[in-house]
Design a protein around this ligand. Structure first.
Ligand code: ZN
Ligand code: FE
Length: 254
């Protein structure tokens, strides 16, 4: 069994600690800061094996150096980000596999938010750590990639098994939900989701993780082929990638 620890830092960033109880191995995804991670590791007596970075933005890597100094862990990130990840050790690309104990981690390349963005899929466990590519009811801004690239990246994630848990790097859910509802006001799954999300936030609870099934039903960026999204944009019958492009532009100024 894997234990997942979710640490909220810097107002809306999530850091994830993943611990395999059988082997005793631990990984951390996107440590924006080191202190709470080091504190948690010390409290549990866990040894850190890997830092897994999804991309180079500071709010995902600033804990790397202190974590490596204090634990001797290895820092893993997309190979093309080798020059811009602090304390980088080894690069991964599409299809590469890593192991935490006997749990296989598959790397999926998801350029779009940044050119070197990768996500980490624990295949048998159905856990996806997707950084700033996919958010609950949203997706990352296109800082370094084209809409075509991002759409191809999201299409890979959309194809994962329904029950896959989606652990994204930010608590952006409520704002994303407002945009999603503006695009699909009649989507009942979305309406219900927004109510659940409001309850969670009122109780100061995380809305992450979501699942791939929930994202298919509610995330407009997964729904470029749906009639209701196309209708709102005045793009009925257009190619999905064109609908996605219009959607992303609309969100940028929402
Ligand atoms: Zn980012
Ligand atoms: Fe970020």
């Amino acid at each position: 069994m894997l234990k997942i620890i979710q640490l909220l830092v810097l107002t809306d960033n999530y850091i994830y600690l993943i611990h395999d109880e059988v082997s005793g191995e631990t990984a951390v995804v996107d440590p924006a800061v080191a202190e709470p991670v080091l504190d948690y590791l010390a409290k549990q007596g866990w040894q850190l094996k890997y830092v897994l970075n999804t991309h180079h933005h500071l709010d995902h890597v600033e804990g790397n150096t202190a974590l490596k100094q204090n634990t001797g862990c290895k820092v893993i990130a997309g190979q093309s980000d080798a020059q811009r990840i602090p304390d980088f050790d080894s690069g991964v690309s599409e299809g590469d596999e890593l192991f935490l104990g006997e749990h296989k981690i598959r790397v999926i390349a998801t350029p779009g938010h940044t050119s070197g963005h990768v996500v980490y899929l624990f295949e048998q466990d159905e856990l996806l750590f997707c950084g700033d590519t996919l958010f609950v009811m949203g997706c990352g801004r296109l800082f370094e990639g084209s809409p075509e690239q991002m759409y191809a990246s999201l299409t890979k994630l959309k194809a994962l098994p329904c029950e896959t848990k989606v652990y994204c790097a930010h608590e952006y859910t409520q704002a994303n939900g407002r945009f999603a509802l503006s695009v699909e006001p009649d989507n009942q799954a979305l309406q219900a989701k927004i109510l659940r999300v409001a309850q969670l936030r009122n109780n100061n609870q995380p809305t992450v993780p979501s699942t791939i099934a929930e994202e298919r039903a509610t995330n407009p960026f997964f729904r470029a082929d749906s009639l209701s999204v196309q209708n709102t944009l005045g793009l009925i019958g257009s190619k999905s990638v064109e609908v996605f492009t219009a959607l992303r532009k609309r969100k940028d100024v929402f």
